[in-house]
Design a protein around this ligand. Structure first.
Ligand code: NDP
Length: 327
């Protein structure tokens, strides 16, 4: 038997509880993982609270991330004792996920935890940090370099935002952090932001084209903010769009694209190709200061996962909420 967060759907709501499950009930897969840590990402918040229909199969064990130790494997690439992690691939929405002490998964989803990270580090980074790195890689691929000008990070005090700031700062970028929590300005500066701005300056409908401010941006909030970010991006700059914390609309015009030649890059972490994932994790191992992870992480027990899901959705969690599933 093992403990897990378990979601069931009634006619009107999602019922969430921590319960004991038997190993026989695990879904099919060729590797059994003894999970050590999972996380509460924004998407887990949506799944656990039922606020948005992200779960595609019921009942579900949520948790889009996991890190742990291989217990048994039918694939010779992995052996008992290997430290592994998974991000996405339908974990926690189509296949039972990481908020459990055991997970049976497909071996092709597994990534060896890269040195120097522990399984706790891997989940302090989690899908949020790996997505932040996918955004950094996309900026680089489009020629955004530190000498081109400042980079804006929106949703700065959240999971993607905090790791993006830490990585960009280490790479030598001049980072501007946009946040609704100005009381976190000192924390964001400590992570590496040079300027901190109030997200209210970006969140309402603005001009179709404004002053050119940023060479690039990592946007996690979408909606009017993303439109304003595009309108203030420098000539031939690049904006990566990975999130919808403000909303999933995008009220913009074509002007930033046809007059400023800006690029808007979509970022998806869930089905990203395996080679890109491993590149992102290798770059995190090189370009993220492990010491900064402690400042952005709180570690909670499995029984706190359900309450934390609501806190993440209401923007109360600073940085990353890691769940120690054995606590
Ligand atoms: P978090 O909840 O940790 O952070 C989101 C941040 O967005 C909050 O901390 C807050 O930052 C800001 N925010 C919240 N509400 C609003 C609002 N109404 N208007 C403007 N800003 C707001 O989430 P993550 O960082 O983990 O994820 C960020 C987004 O990226 C989410 O939408 C998530 O679904 C998406 N995502 C997408 C992925 C992909 O594959 N494309 C992968 C991972 C995440 P502050 O307090 O600083 O203002």
């Amino acid at each position: 038997m093992f403990r897990a967060v378990f979601l069931q759907k009634s006619d009107t709501a999602v019922l969430s509880e921590v319960r004991e499950l038997s190993e026989d009930s695990l879904p099919e897969g060729d590797v059994l993982v003894a999970v050590e840590y999972s996380t509460i990402n924004y998407k887990d918040g949506l799944a656990i609270t039922g606020r948005f229909p992200v779960v595609r199969q019921w009942p579900m064990v949520p948790g889009i991330d996991l890190a742990g130790t291989v217990e048994s494997s039918a694939n010779p690439r992995f052996k008992p004792g290997d430290k592994v992690l998974i991000n996405g691939y339908g974990l926690g929405d189509a296949h039972w996920g990481g908020l459990a002490q055991k997970a049976r998964v497909k071996s092709e989803w597994l990534i060896p935890v890269p040195s120097p990270f522990s399984t706790l580090n891997a989940m302090a980074i989690g899908t949020a940090g790996y997505t932040a790195m996918l955004c950094v890689l996309a900026l680089e691929q489009h020629g955004v370099r530190p000498d081109r000008g400042p980079i804006l990070v929106t949703g700065a005090a959240g999971g993607v935002g905090t790791i993006a700031i830490a990585v960009l700062a280490k790479l030598g970028f001049d980072v501007t952090a946009s946040t609704g929590r100005l009381e976190e300005a000192a924390f964001l500066r400590q992570l590496g932001a040079n300027q901190v701005i109030d997200r209210a300056t970006l969140s309402s409908a603005g001009e179709m084209l404004g002053e050119e401010k940023w060479a690039g941006a990592i946007d996690t909030v979408g909606s009017a903010t993303l439109a304003n970010v595009c309108a203030a991006t420098k000539y031939r700059g690049t904006v990566t769009a990975c999130g919808l914390a403000q909303g999933l609309d995008f009220p913009t015009s074509v002007l930033p694209f046809i007059l400023r030649n800006i690029t808007l890059c979509g970022i998806d972490s869930v089905m990203a190709p395996y080679e890109l994932r491993t590149e992102a994790w290798q770059r995190l191992a090189r370009d993220l200061d492990v010491k900064k992870l402690d400042a952005v992480t709180q570690v909670l027990g499995l029984d706190q996962a359900i309450a934390t899901a609501s806190d993440v959705l209401s923007g109360k969690v600073r940085g990353r909420a890691v769940i120690d599933v054995n606590r």
